[in-house]
Design a protein. Sequence first.
Length: 89
Amino acid sequence: MLGITVHFPSLKETEQAFLQGLIPEYVMVRCELKNIHGQTLADGVGARSLKQDYGDINKSLKMAEKSAHIDSVLRLAGLSEVFTQDLEI
């Protein structure tokens, strides 16, 4: 949509670590939004603790991907300052 594609460049390293039996305490994923020419328009990062998901690697990975994707979309649209999860009232 809009000629923008989603890429997760750090996913290969994460996959290789899991295949080698290296189970990290946290999963961190980077998301890049690219145009039709392959130029990166925005990027975002998402992380998740495996403890938070009771050791469920798949759930942690999916949630980290989702967080990274949302972060990159907010950055692309310039909405990072409008939407935040860390409000202290």
